[in-house]
Design a protein around this ligand. Structure first.
Ligand SMILES: [Fe+2]
Length: 157
C-alpha cells in the first residue's frame, strides 16, 4: 500500500487536514443555518436590504460548503453529512430566534470571525503538510470574509 494519496500527499499528514476540514465544514453548516434564520426572521426598517444581503451570504456559504466537502474527498477522506456530526464538531453555536436587524448583523460578524479564525488554523496545518491546495482554498475564503466583516461593521456604525 502506498503512503501517499491520489494527489501525492502523505496519507498520515492528510488525516489531520481532513479532520480540520470536517470541523470547518461543521462550522459552515451551523453558520449557514444561522444566516438562513436571519434571512427569514429579520424585522424592521432594514428588512428589504438585510433580507437580501443574508440571502447573498448564505448562497456563498452553500458554494463554499460544497467545495470544502469535495476537497475532503480529493484528499481521500469522507465529509461529514449529518446534523449530529455538524453540531458536535462546529466552532460556532446555533443562534435561534433573532429578529432585530442589528442583532442579526452582529450574529453575521461573529460567525464570519469564527470562520476566519478556524480557516487560518486549517491553512497553517495544511501548509505544514505541504497541502498548498487546501491552504489556498481557505485563504481565499478568509479574504472574502474579511471584506464582508468591514461592510457589516460599517452597517453597525
Ligand atoms: Fe428567501
Amino acid at each position: 500500500m502506498t503512503n501517499t494519496n491520489q494527489i501525492g500527499l502523505e496519507k498520515k499528514d492528510m488525516t489531520q487536514v481532513i479532520e480540520k476540514l470536517n470541523g470547518l465544514l461543521s462550522t459552515y453548516h451551523v453558520f449557514y443555518l444561522n444566516v438562513r434564520g436571519y434571512h427569514w426572521n429579520v424585522k424592521g426598517e432594514h428588512f428589504f436590504s438585510l433580507h437580501e444581503k443574508f440571502e447573498e451570504l448564505y448562497t456563498e456559504l452553500q458554494l463554499q460548503i460544497d467545495e470544502i466537502a469535495e476537497r475532503i474527498l480529493t484528499l481521500g477522506g469522507t465529509p461529514f453529512h449529518a446534523y449530529s456530526d455538524f453540531t458536535q464538531h462546529a466552532s460556532l453555536k446555533e443562534n435561534k430566534n433573532v429578529f432585530e436587524g442589528r442583532a442579526c448583523v452582529e450574529g453575521v460578524v461573529n460567525g464570519l470571525q469564527t470562520l476566519i479564525e478556524e480557516q487560518r488554523d486549517v491553512s497553517s496545518v495544511a501548509e505544514e503538510a505541504e497541502d498548498q491546495g487546501t491552504a489556498d482554498l481557505v485563504d481565499e475564503y478568509v479574504q472574502t470574509q474579511e471584506k464582508h466583516i468591514w461592510m457589516y461593521n460599517a452597517f453597525l456604525g
